[in-house]
Design a protein around this ligand. Structure first.
Ligand code: FES
Length: 132
């Protein structure tokens, strides 16, 4: 089935099963491999992307839910890698092995967009804030 997507500001048309996880569309059909597969069960967050600015676990999000919505992956967070979070990640040496950092950055960006001054008491998004 033909599906129209807007990803990182660009219109794309794909041919896929509407139930295909968004993660596989992003990685396998569109070649954006910054978004990672970890658990496949919405637990680890490595696959996190934004739908209309909200963090979602793309491993459990059918691509049909992304139609007519703005999808943002780590490649689209900042075209130049100059997002304040990306700069802070480098400055503070956060990456470690780096495998899940795209998901961490996308979760943090969504949190800060919703709560620019988070405290430890609200640092973890509620289940309502993490759209599944
Ligand atoms: Fe672990 Fe999606 S791969 S939450």
């Amino acid at each position: 089935m033909k599906i129209e997507l807007t990803i990182n500001g660009a219109k794309k048309q794909i041919d896929a099963d509407p139930e295909m996880p968004l993660l596989w569309v992003i990685r396998d059909l569109l070649g954006l491999v910054g978004t990672k597969y970890g658990c496949g069960e919405a637990l680890c967050g490595g696959c996190t992307v934004h739908l209309d600015g909200n963090a979602v676990r793309s491993c459990v999000t059918p691509v049909r839910r992304a139609e007519n919505r703005a999808i943002t992956t780590i490649e689209g967070l900042s075209p130049t890698g100059e997002h304040p979070l990306q700069k802070a990640w480098v400055e503070l040496g956060v990456p470690q092995c780096g495998y899940c950092q795209a998901g961490q950055l996308m979760c943090a960006a969504s949190l800060l967009a919703a709560k620019p001054q988070p405290t430890d008491a609200v640092a973890r998004p509620t289940s309502r804030e993490i759209e599944r």
